[in-house]
Design a protein around this ligand. Structure first.
Ligand code: T4K
Length: 396
C-alpha cells in the first residue's frame, strides 16, 4: 500500500454517494484530500445483495451476480461481449494470451506499469514509442518506424480516458497484419462520435479498481468483438476449463467473485450521478485554472468524457518546478499524484531496452517531468477545488 493512502478510519469521513450540487457548494474542509476516493454507494443499499449471496451460497465461478453484471455492463457500455475479471492486470495478461500474441509489441511508456508488465508476464518484448504531446497518447505517426518482423501487436492506452487516434492505429495494424489491444483501464463509459471507444481494436481491457470511475473494489474486464472470442477468454480465465473434464489451454484463475460483481451492480445504479459530479468538478477546475501562466490542461476529443483524472502540466512559465508545486500542495494536505512519473521505460526491468532511451521518447519524458494529477472524485466539494486552484494560482 502506498504511503499516500488515507487512514482507514478517523480523520476524514468515509466517501459517500455523490453530493448534490447545493451540498457541494457548502462549507470547505481542511482534511487531507487525495488524488481520488472510491465511489461508495450507501452501505444499506449493499446489504440486500449480501443477503442474497448468503442465501444462495454461490460465491464465485460465474454466479448469478457475475452473469447479471456482464449483461448490464454490455448494455450500459453499448458493447457486444464482456468478460469480467478479478482485476485489470490479469485481464491484460489474458487478452494477450487470447490473441496468442508473441515477439514484440509496440506500446506507450506513459502509463501505469501494469501495461508493460502484462507483456513481460507473456514473455513478450515491449517496444516503446513516444506519445503525442497534446493527448499524451501513443503517437500513431511514430508507430511504423518501430515495426520489425517480430512485431505482432500494438498495445495503446486511452490515457486518462482520452481516446487514442484509433483510425490511424487501425490502418497501420491492417497494413502490417498486427493485432490491437487497447488498455482502456481509464476509459469506462467514454464515447467518440461513433459510440463507445471500447469497440476499437481486437480487444479492449477495463479496470474496475477502487481508484477508477466505476469500481468493484478490485476488478476488470475484456471487451470482445464476438461470442467466439469471449468464449475463449472465459475459458482462459477459468484455468482453461470448458467442462468438468476438458481443459483446452493453460488458463489462469481470473474470475470475479460474486461480492465484487454484486457491488458492481449497485455501483451501476449510481454511475450517472457520479459521472455528473465529476463533470462539474472538471468544469470548475478548468474555469479556475484558466489563464495561469505555465499551467496547461489536457483536452480530449471524445464526445462523452468520464473525467477520470484531472492532469495538469507544469511548464517553464510557472514560478515553481513541478516537484515544488507537488510538495507545496502536499504541505496543504492536497495529495495529487505524478501519474505517470517515472515512465515505465525508466523502471529497471525496462530501461535496458533500446526503445527505452530517453532520446527516443522526448514527449513522454517531458510530460512525466511536468504532470500532476489533481484530486477529482464525486465526493469532493466545490470549495476543495477552489482551495486547490487558489494555491496553484498563488503558490507563496
Ligand atoms: N492499465 C492502466 C493504464 C492502469 O492505470 C491500471 C491501474 C492498470 C492497467 C491495472 O489495472 P488494475 O490491475 O489495477 O485493475 C493506482 C491503482 O492501484 C491502479 O489500479 C491504477 N491503474 C493506478 C493509476 O493507480 P497507486 O499505487 O497510485 O494506488 P494507491 O493505492 O496509491 O491509491 C491512490 C490514492 O487513491 C490513495 O492515495 C488514496 C486513494 N485510495 C486508494 C485505494 C486503493 C482510496 O481512497 N481508497 C482505496 O481503496 O495505483
Amino acid at each position: 500500500m502506498n504511503s499516500l493512502m488515507p487512514p482507514a478510519t478517523g480523520e476524514r469521513a468515509p466517501a459517500r454517494a455523490a453530493p448534490s450540487a447545493t451540498e457541494a457548494g457548502s462549507a470547505g474542509s481542511t482534511d487531507p484530500i487525495y488524488v481520488t476516493r472510491p465511489y461508495l454507494p450507501p452501505l444499506e443499499e449493499f446489504v440486500p445483495y449480501l443477503q442474497e449471496i448468503w442465501k444462495r451460497g454461490t460465491l464465485t465461478n460465474n454466479g448469478p451476480c457475475h452473469q447479471e453484471l456482464e449483461n448490464r455492463l454490455a448494455e450500459h457500455l453499448g458493447v457486444g461481449h464482456i468478460s469480467l475479471f478479478t482485476n485489470g492486470t490479469i485481464a491484460l495478461v489474458t487478452a494477450l494470451q487470447a490473441l496468442r500474441i508473441t515477439g514484440e509489441v509496440i506500446t506507450t511508456p506513459y502509463s501505469f506499469v501494469a501495461t508493460s508488465h502484462a507483456l513481460l508476464w507473456n514473455g513478450i518484448k515491449p517496444v516503446f514509442v513516444d506519445i503525442d504531446p497534446r493527448t499524451l497518447n501513443l503517437d500513431a505517426s511514430k508507430i511504423e518506424a518501430a515495426i520489425t518482423p517480430q512485431t505482432t501487436a500494438i498495445l495503446p492506452v486511452h490515457c486518462y480516458g482520452h481516446p487514442c487516434d484509433t483510425d490511424a492505429i487501425q490502418s497501420i495494424a491492417d497494413n502490417y497484419g498486427l493485432k490491437v489491444i487497447y488498455d482502456a483501464a481509464h476509459a469506462f463509459g467514454v464515447e467518440d462520435a461513433g459510440g463507445s471507444i471500447l469497440r476499437h481494436g481486437d480487444l479492449s481491457v477495463l479496470s474496475f479498481h477502487a481508484t477508477k470511475v466505476f469500481n468493484t473494489f478490485e476488478g476488470g474486464a475484456i471487451i470482445s468483438p464476438d461470442a467466439k472470442t469471449k468464449r475463449r477468454i472465459d475459458h482462459l480465465k477459468n484455468f482453461g476449463f470448458v467442462d468438468e473434464t476438458t481443459v483446452v489451454a493453460p488458463g489462469i484463475n481470473g474470475k470475479m467473485s460474486e461480492i465484487n460483481a454484486a457491488f458492481g451492480l449497485l455501483q451501476l445504479k449510481h454511475i450517472e450521478q457520479a459521472l455528473a459530479r465529476r463533470r462539474e468538478i472538471d468544469a470548475i477546475y478548468r474555469r479556475l485554472l484558466a489563464g495561469i501562466p505555465g499551467i496547461a490542461t489536457i483536452e480530449g476529443n471524445e464526445r462523452h468524457s468520464n473525467h477520470a483524472y484531472f492532469p495538469v502540466l507544469v511548464g517553464p512559465d510557472y514560478p515553481l518546478e513541478r516537484d515544488a508545486l507537488y510538495a507545496l500542495l502536499a504541505r496543504h494536505g492536497i495529495h495529487g499524484r505524478r501519474y505517470f512519473h517515472p515512465l515505465i521505460s525508466e523502471f529497471p526491468m525496462y530501461r535496458g531496452l533500446p526503445s527505452a532511451a530517453p532520446e527516443n521518447l522526448p514527449n513522454a519524458t517531458r510530460a512525466a517531468r511536468r504532470v500532476i494529477c489533481l484530486p477529482i472524485y464525486p465526493d469532493m466539494n466545490d470549495s476543495d477545488v477552489t482551495r486547490i486552484t487558489g494555491i496553484i494560482r498563488n503558490p507563496h
